[in-house]
Write a protein that binds this ligand. Structure first.
Ligand code: SAM
Length: 248
């Protein structure tokens, strides 16, 4: 069961238990069934989902393991693991946050997507997986980031395949506490995208801490790690739609 995932995760230093692999199996089955009615993923097939979705999501832990943040994305015994809050902006079918939650159950997770059909899938899936400490929000990130329960409060923000870096920074940095980090997985060459994000970083109080490069199934990937160094000014994020339409 989920052999490809189990092998690949071990290479990242993550040993998945039979119970965790069974949760990934359920995730795969639910994705496959729901995808016939709701457009959740273009990646299909047992092997493809294991690599393109599950391993790709887990690779995020490679960017944080050696950092100064102590976010606990390593497999310490449960009593030594702190609780960290993670928000996934534009999570779609729960990616990348849910594979991270399955592998690192101590995370407290918030999944945000504006499309109700996708969040209905997530609510169904969470019940099937029996995961605790995961909340699902059907909202635009621009709106949720204005809510005091969510603004400046998370340790870690992730977001995959949602927008280019300048837009992503405006959607994600408001959720982080100062000292928190954002990880944006990117495909292909990333240097130009990082260069274009200079103005957004300055305005929003972010600093690119490092970029971790890796190869997954022969494809080059990069994980851009942004540290939040100062609070996001009140003006951001701008009203829904603007961060994408007119990136900073
Ligand atoms: N992160 C998932 C993944 O990697 O498979 C989904 C990627 S999908 C291409 C982009 C998702 O972001 C969509 O589900 C869309 O509804 C959501 N999205 C885009 N902009 C958003 C916003 N401003 N607020 C909330 N969700 C947003």
């Amino acid at each position: 069961m989920m052999e490809e995932l189990a092998k690949g995760a071990l290479k990242f230093g993550v040993a998945l238990s039979p119970q965790q692999l069974a949760q990934f199996e359920v995730y795969y089955r639910k994705l496959e069934t729901w995808n016939q009615r709701v457009n959740l993923t273009s990646i299909q097939g047992y092997r493809e989902v294991q690599v393109g979705h599950f391993l790709d999501s887990l690779s995020i832990c490679l960017a944080l393991r050696d950092g100064p943040w102590g976010l606990g994305l390593e497999q310490a015994p449960p009593q030594e693991q702190g609780t960290f809050s993670l928000i996934d902006v534009g999570t779609g079918a729960g990616l990348p946050a849910l594979p991270l939650k399955i592998a690192f159950p101590h995370l407290r997770v918030t999944l945000v997507d504006s499309v109700a059909k996708k969040t209905a899938f997530l609510t169904h899936l969470l019940a099937a997986l029996g995961l605790n400490d995961v909340s699902v929000k059907t909202e635009r990130a621009e709106t949720l980031a204005r809510h005091p329960d969510h603004r400046e409060s998370y340790d870690l923000a992730v977001s995959r395949a949602v927008a280019s870096l300048p837009t992503l920074l405006e959607l994600s940095l408001p959720f982080l506490r100062v000292g928190g980090v954002m990880v944006a997985p990117k495909k292909g060459a990333v240097a130009a995208e990082v260069a274009r994000a200079g103005r957004a970083l300055t305005l929003l109080g972010g600093r690119v801490h490092h970029v971790t490069e890796l190869t997954l199934a022969g494809e080059k990937r990069a994980l851009v790690v942004v540290a939040k160094v100062s609070p996001v000014p009140e003006a951001y994020p701008r009203r829904p739609g603007l961060p994408k339409k007119r990136p900073l």
